[in-house]
Design a protein around this ligand. Structure first.
Ligand SMILES: Cc1cc2nc3c(=O)[nH]c(=O)nc-3n(C[C@H](O)[C@H](O)[C@H](O)COP(=O)(O)OP(=O)(O)OC[C@H]3O[C@@H](n4cnc5c(N)ncnc54)[C@H](O)[C@@H]3O)c2cc1C
Ligand SMILES: NC(=O)C1=CN([C@@H]2O[C@H](COP(=O)(O)OP(=O)(O)OC[C@H]3O[C@@H](n4cnc5c(N)ncnc54)[C@H](OP(=O)(O)O)[C@@H]3O)[C@@H](O)[C@H]2O)C=CC1
Ligand SMILES: Nc1ccccc1C(=O)C[C@H](N)C(=O)O
Length: 471
């Protein structure tokens, strides 16, 4: 059956492929502009599903994502059901917990429920009379020349649909993107990192959160880490990120406990030994992939957004936020070019590719920061210096995390600025150190100290330096 949804006499028809987070939000953006929107989702309607399949139970929502939700009137509703996380809470091996604030007082990221967010977005999209939802429609193939899409239904039937614009929001393994790969001058790279992830649940204890709720808890163990984000039902979702080969070394329940005893001893009484032994083997560790491509569009017929355009590893908590920001950027360009797709699509590629590529790189970097750098005294010292400079010169020195998480500074500009700031601050610190040494030497020459005391102080200093280097 072919259903032609393109009509000359009225607003153009936009087919949004994928009813995940970005697809559902995008449907709202296009519907708000008055387009006839058809959303196609391969899965059943999650609002009616008994089991909601999908990645990660919860997500960190920050400024960019919130701004996009605000555009469609959903910010307050989603924020009301989010749990603020003001700081990283670092769990040392000995059980000591130390917070590292994300930003200034009052700045936080929000832990939100993925399924609830997706349901709210679908419901919001459906409230527009010019939107039609098509669940159980899996895009199989489409033709870049004719714009004809073929969908497979659950009952095995096929449906063909034509639209004026196809918006590919069908996630990291996008079927829309497959057609791009057949075209000349399409750059594409895909990298699976050698680490996987596994989610474990920490239940409430005596009806209360098992740990302090307003933090993103991290157990940084240099080559791997576990994190935990709070949920509204007072559980925590713990995610263990580790090389696949290390996951595979653990094959029995006893080995699970031995591993947790060695690296995360404080979590055993909180998760429970039996639960740990059971849940560790419930699902195999999941892979993480980073996808970069360019361009994001084909002519005036098709555009990729969200993970379909840029799947990033999850470590900055920015994948969805960046996908949501894609929708705002596209919307802004639609205003600029009077909704002329032939001008809007190339401009969207031009503006957005450098930013999405930058957040993909930052996401890779943040894994190292989270699992290793937070253990280093130098990193903590630098963070402290950055914060002081930010306090006194808020327009000149802005911490990277602040730019990425609490502003809409373009990602690639944030990276550029970060490199520049690092250069300036490190040089400043070096100059201060040289100044201190020279000043000290001058004083020493003027008032020579007791040589024995000096040797003892030098030895102590050396021990501290060695300790710092081994962290
Ligand atoms: C472990 C983990 C933790 C994460 N944590 C965060 C976080 O804290 N903060 C954050 O911002 N991001 C996070 N992310 C990233 C975030 O999950 C993604 O960026 C986000 O889901 C992308 O949304 P999307 O709509 O582009 O893709 P998806 O959410 O994948 O939605 C794609 C939709 O398309 C449908 N689909 C797929 N193929 C077809 C087809 N052929 N035809 C029709 N429909 C199709 C799928 O069923 C799905 O519903 C995390 C990711 C992972 C893996
Ligand atoms: N950046 C990252 O590392 C990752 C990000 N994500 C994001 O989270 C989203 C939601 O995840 P979730 O709903 O669990 O997605 P799933 O893992 O359930 O995959 C969704 C669909 O994508 C197809 N698919 C899955 N894995 C692969 C693969 N390795 N190669 C080709 N196709 C594949 C499958 O289609 P079929 O049924 O045809 O096989 C599957 O039904 C993803 O769509 C993605 O956007 C997900 C995983 C990793
Ligand atoms: N949501 C996540 C999922 C997986 C890994 C990290 C996150 C984060 O949000 C990290 C946070 N932005 C941080 O830098 O501490």
């Amino acid at each position: 059956m072919e259903k032609s949804t393109s009509r000359q006499s009225r607003k153009k028809v936009v087919a949004v492929v994928g009813g995940g987070l970005v697809g559902a939000l995008n449907a709202c953006f296009f519907a708000k502009r008055g387009f006839d929107v058809e959303l196609f989702e391969s899965r059943e309607d999650i609002r009616r599903a008994k089991i909601v399949k999908g990645r990660s139970i919860n997500l960190a929502l920050s400024h960019r994502g919130r701004q996009a939700l605000k555009h469609v009137g959903l910010e307050e509703k989603i924020v009301a059901k989010g749990i603020p996380m003001h700081a990283r809470m670092i769990h040392s091996l000995n059980g000591k917990q130390s917070p590292i604030p994300y930003g200034r007082k009052g700045q936080y990221i929000l832990s939100v429920d993925r399924a609830n967010l997706n349901k709210e977005l679908l419901t919001a999209a459906e409230t527009y009379p010019n939107t039609k939802m098509n669940f159980d429609h899996k895009l199989q193939d489409w033709n870049a020349e004719t714009g004809l899409m073929t969908f497979a239904r659950l009952d095995g039937s096929k449906e063909q649909v034509k639209a004026d614009l196809i918006v590919g929001c069908d996630g990291a393994f996008s079927a829309v993107r497959k057609q791009f790969l057949r075209r000349s001058r399409f750059d594409y790279s895909q990298t699976y990192i050698p680490h996987g992830y596994m989610e474990l649940t920490m239940l409430p204890i005596n009806g209360e959160f098992a740990m302090k709720p307003n933090y993103l808890h991290i157990w940084p163990r240099n080559t791997f880490m576990m994190i935990a984000l709070p949920n509204l039902d007072k559980t925590f979702t713990c995610t263990l990120f580790m090389p696949f080969e290390d996951f595979e070394k653990i094959t029995t329940g006893d080995e699970v406990i031995e591993f947790f005893q060695k690296y995360f001893p404080d979590t055993i009484p909180l998760i429970g030994a039996d639960t740990l032994q059971r849940d560790y083997f419930r699902l195999p560790a999941q892979a993480m992939v980073s996808v970069k491509c360019n361009p994001y569009h084909i002519g005036d017929a098709c555009v990729l957004m969200g993970d379909a355009a840029h799947a990033v590893v999850p470590f900055y908590g920015q994948g969805m936020n960046a996908g949501f920001e894609d929708c705002i950027v596209f919307d802004e360009i639609m205003d600029q070019f009077n909704e002329d797709f032939s001008a809007v699509l190339p401009e969207y590629t031009r503006v957005r590719v450098p930013d999405d590529h930058a957040i993909a790189d930052l996401a890779m970097y943040n894994y190292i920061e989270m699992r290793a750098h937070v253990n280093s005294k130098w990193f903590l010292f630098r963070k402290y210096v950055d914060n002081i400079l930010y306090f006194f010169m808020p327009k000149t020195i802005i911490p990277l995390y602040t730019m990425v998480t609490f502003t809409r500074t373009r990602y690639h500009e944030a990276v550029k600025r970060w490199h520049w700031q690092n250069k300036v601050i490190n040089r400043g610190l070096l100059l201060s150190a040289v100044g201190a040494v020279l000043g000290g030497s001058y004083l020493l020459i003027k008032n020579p100290p007791d040589i024995n005391k000096l040797i003892i102080s030098a030895e102590k200093m050396w021990d501290r330096l060695v300790a710092l280097r081994t962290l």
